[in-house]
Ligand binder design. Structure first.
Ligand SMILES: NC(=O)c1ccc[n+]([C@@H]2O[C@H](COP(=O)([O-])OP(=O)(O)OC[C@H]3O[C@@H](n4cnc5c(N)ncnc54)[C@H](OP(=O)(O)O)[C@@H]3O)[C@@H](O)[C@H]2O)c1
Length: 333
């Protein structure tokens, strides 16, 4: 089968190769992928900025396709089903934290940037009928992270949530889910065009985070501070989120694209803040997220769709921060 294999630490070392098609072990299935999607994680790995890198590997955590082979003990009802893939492997027994064997599909285990992938039967969820293959492939990792972040942040209808860097795959999903749950959404972006697109998707206030006083502008335009911030940027953005959020508010962090933060610790205790970390999510949260997307008719924001063979240039789009939402790879029709 065709697969995009990372052979050494360099985004340009993502080469299409012919590799043996995978065979399912007991409890596993083969999914023939129609589409896959990129995450910032793939970029971190190609740059060597991720722990436990093992090469060569087929990257890719997001995928949607058709079940075409079953391992021993798998229900025959799955054969021919259209599915999306839960991207965590072996979360473990505790819903609050993943166990020591937890892994994310697409390193060290071979992932979805290929014609076929092997996953446990337990990782299959039926594809919502209203989603195209591209939208279905865009949903898993970003949707799961966004859903758990909002759950950890205890978002309630009518509250105001700030989502910095709205161009990101996760942040666009945070915005869609928060709007669906009845929240007001404030956003920032480095791009005026992305702010316009966020407004069309329901963001009430948007400011450009390249302006030195973006936080003051945001407060002035929103009229009151956010109850919740869901941040994947880290760095100075995370530090300012602690200042921006209302007293008694919550700040959920799931990423550090900008690197470490210099935090004014006193803000956290004087303002009685809850600072919460989150990573991925449980199998139950994944099913709940997909059910919410299905019930609400929500569609993940797809930025671009490129053929699988153009994965390296798709990843460069992420590296330049040009995307609004998810960059998707088309695998077969
Ligand atoms: N913990 C987890 O489970 C988990 C899951 C998924 C992702 N992550 C992490 O979360 C981060 C985002 O992942 P992703 O896949 O959504 O990435 P992505 O699609 O590449 O998005 C990154 C976004 O960062 C934003 N950004 C850049 N500079 C910024 C700034 N100064 N202030 C605010 N935002 C800024 C940009 O938004 P604009 O273009 O709008 O400026 C950009 O679109 C990554 O660090 C990733 O490793 C963690």
């Amino acid at each position: 089968m065709r697969a995009i294999v990372l052979t050494s630490i360099d985004p340009l070392c993502l080469q299409e190769q012919n590799v043996p098609a995978p065979t399912p072990g007991p409890g596993q299935v083969v999914v023939s992928l129609r589409a896959a999607a990129l995450n910032h994680r793939d970029l971190w790995i190609t740059k060597g900025q991720y722990s436990g890198i093992r090469l060569p590997v087929v990257l890719g955590s997001d995928g949607a396709g058709v079940v075409t082979a079953l391992g021993e003990g798998v229900s025959s009802a799955w054969l021919g089903s259209e599915v999306i893939i839960y991207p965590s492997l072996e979360w473990g027994p505790d819903p609050e934290v993943p166990g020591p064997a937890h892994r994310i599909l697409g390193m060290p285990d071979d992932g979805t940037l290929a014609e076929q992938v092997v996953v446990p039967e337990a990782n299959l969820v039926r594809k919502p009928a209203h989603l195209s293959w591209e939208e279905a492939a865009a949903l898993p990792l970003a949707g799961l992270t966004a859903y758990r972040a909002l759950r950890r942040g205890r978002l309630r209808p009518g509250e105001t949530v700030l989502v910095p860097g709205i161009g990101g795959g996760v942040s666009t999903m945070v915005m869609l889910l928060a709007r669906h749950l009845g929240a007001r959404v404030l956003v920032t972006s480095g791009s005026a065009d992305k702010l316009r697109r966020a407004a069309a998707l329901g963001a009430e206030v948007g400011v450009c985070h390249t302006e030195p006083d973006w936080d003051a502008q945001l407060l002035a335009r929103a009229g009151r501070p956010p109850d919740l911030v869901v941040d994947g940027a880290g760095g100075d953005t995370f530090a300012r989120a602690l200042a921006l959020v209302r007293p008694g508010g919550r700040v959920v962090t799931y990423g550090a694209t900008l690197g470490p933060a210099r935090v004014e610790v006193r803000r956290i205790f004087w303002k009685q803040l809850d600072v919460l970390g989150t990573t991925m999510g449980t199998p139950a949260e994944f099913r709940q997220m997909v059910a919410l997307v299905e019930a609400g008719g929500l569609r993940p924001v797809v930025d671009t769709t490129l053929p699988l063979a153009e994965t390296a240039s798709a990843l460069q789009r992420l590296d330049r921060g040009e995307q609004m939402g998810k960059v998707v790879l088309r695998i077969s029709s």
